[in-house]
Write a protein that binds this ligand. Structure first.
Ligand SMILES: [Zn+2]
Length: 472
């Protein structure tokens, strides 16, 4: 590892790319804007998948799979939806050596093809609800891309549900929003502000969009996931009806929701430091790495035996027994790759009945007794998980500001962070603020207090604060 990571205070963008590439999370592909996800990055995605999938299944959702191609005419059936997505669609016009009769869009999202099929599957109230999810890739032709954060092709899950009434559908959108919050906060240790998007920022075709917004180290916001209440927009566009219990025909109510590989970008920009990546223990494929410090065959034999007999059932670890690398090199490498806890063991430690544990989050090293090693390791992994979340929470708190005038807003904005400011609810104020400052309303928080104030732009009365920020 001759190359060093660019420090954050020198160039944050460069630091981010260095981590992605040097920790071998992803690489640029020969197709501009696309990425190759390498095993270290893919294992994080798999862990996110497992954790979310089990929560979705426990709440009654089932996985299925739809094709990559969507007939172009489908997209045009819902006006707002096509307007939102058309500019970034990739379209296949030729295949099998011929021009296609109807061009095929590579899915930017699957509402249209899914609702086309729901027409064949939904007839009666007995067919509802449909609680379906798919793990897939989608393509959105982005002009300015960045590994994990914004790529032309990305991986995600998209849930699409159909319900007999509005109340159930709204409940579903909020339930999934809560599952996302648990995944992001409890597993990924990233704090989020939860709430609704404004009408301008919502998903094209949605009635309401619920969001989870994170604040990255650089002071910019990142949208971590969204869940949409779609009302009857898509059931009407695709003429899907069902017979209700009273025997009348009705349009079902829909939701859709998704999180993407972007979460890996959020992970990097929440926890990592100038030494490299830091993975929270609950998200790490192997939360523990064991590095032996040995010389000669006898020492090797003793340490290998010690490792074989470790009482670590249920704790995944990696034993780095490479002969060709020195311990110091291995320490650096595992720090760069973000393994939360390192165990160092040598013959002198063993003689004393001890090993050394080194925490990735704080850099602290301590000798610990082998007799109680399992408990110590478990406790330390818990501590690291908690500490990473607490540390991120403190940073978000420190960088959240209440501002009451447009001047104060513009000044504070230069420091970055979440700005809590009054807004009258008018789309034109929102748009002007965004044009003049490049900051948008990220979220209307669920937990905003009722409070009399004045819109920072037009000074009309406002009863709650919105959260503004510049975003990725
Ligand atoms: Zn206003």
């Amino acid at each position: 590892m001759a190359q060093k990571i660019c420090p954050r205070d020198k160039d944050y963008g460069r630091w981010y790319t260095d981590i992605v590439q040097m920790a071998e999370l992803a690489d640029y592909s020969p197709v501009r804007g696309c990425m190759v996800i390498r095993p270290n990055g893919y294992s994080i995605w798999e862990k996110i998948q497992q954790e979310l999938d089990k929560r979705l299944k426990a709440t009654g959702h089932k996985n299925l799979y739809f094709p990559l191609f969507v007939p172009e005419s489908f997209l045009k059936k819902e006006a707002e939806h096509v307007e939102g997505f058309a500019p970034e669609c990739a379209v296949v016009t030729h295949a099998g050596g011929k021009q296609l009769e109807e061009p095929l869009v590579i899915r930017p999202t699957s509402e249209t093809v899914i609702w086309h099929m729901y027409k064949q599957w939904i007839h009666s109230w007995r067919d509802l609800p449909l609680l379906y999810n798919q793990w897939a890739n989608v393509v959105r032709w982005e002009m300015r891309t960045r590994l994990f954060l914004r790529t032309t092709e990305f991986l995600w899950q998209e849930g699409h549900t159909a319900h007999a009434n509005e109340e159930e559908a709204r409940k579903e959108a909020l339930l999934v929003h809560q599952l996302y919050k648990k995944l992001i906060e409890e597993v990924m240790a990233i704090p989020v502000v939860c709430g609704k998007k404004t009408q301008q920022e919502k998903f094209p075709g949605a009635v309401d969009t619920y969001t989870l917004e994170g604040l990255m180290q650089e002071g910019k916001a990142l949208q971590m996931g969204t869940s949409h209440y779609l009302g009857q927009t898509f059931s009407k566009a695709f003429e899907v009806t069902f017979q209700n219990k009273e025997g009348e025909l009705e349009f079902p109510y829909a939701t859709s929701w998704g999180v993407t590989t972007r979460l890996i970008g959020a992970l990097i920009m929440t926890h990592s430091d100038d030494q490299g990546l830091i993975i929270p223990p609950k998200l790490a494929e192997t939360p523990l790495v064991i590095v032996p410090i040995w010389r000669g065959e006898e020492e090797k034999k003793a340490i290998k035996e010690f490792v074989t007999n470790l009482p670590f059932d249920g704790i995944a670890f990696h034993f780095d027994d490479r002969e060709e690398e020195k311990p110091g090199y291995k320490f650096n490498e595992w720090e760069l790759k973000g393994i939360p806890l390192r165990l160092e063991v040598g013959p002198r430690d063993l003689a004393k009945g001890e090993v050394v544990l080194a925490r990735r989050d704080t850099g602290e090293k301590c000798a610990t007794s082998i007799a109680t090693l399992r408990q110590t390791v478990e406790k330390m992994l818990d501590d690291i998980q908690t500490n990473l979340f607490r540390r991120a929470q403190e940073r978000v708190k420190k960088n959240s500001h209440f501002v009451d005038t447009y001047t104060a807003f513009q000044e504070k904005l230069e420091e970055g962070g979440f700005l809590y400011a009054h807004w009258c609810g008018n789309g034109s104020c929102e748009q002007k603020i965004s044009e003049e400052t490049k900051a948008s309303i990220r979220v209307l928080p669920f937990d905003a207090h009722e409070e009399a104030g004045a819109c920072i732009y037009c000074k009309e009365p406002s009863s709650r604060r919105a959260v503004f920020a510049r975003a990725y």
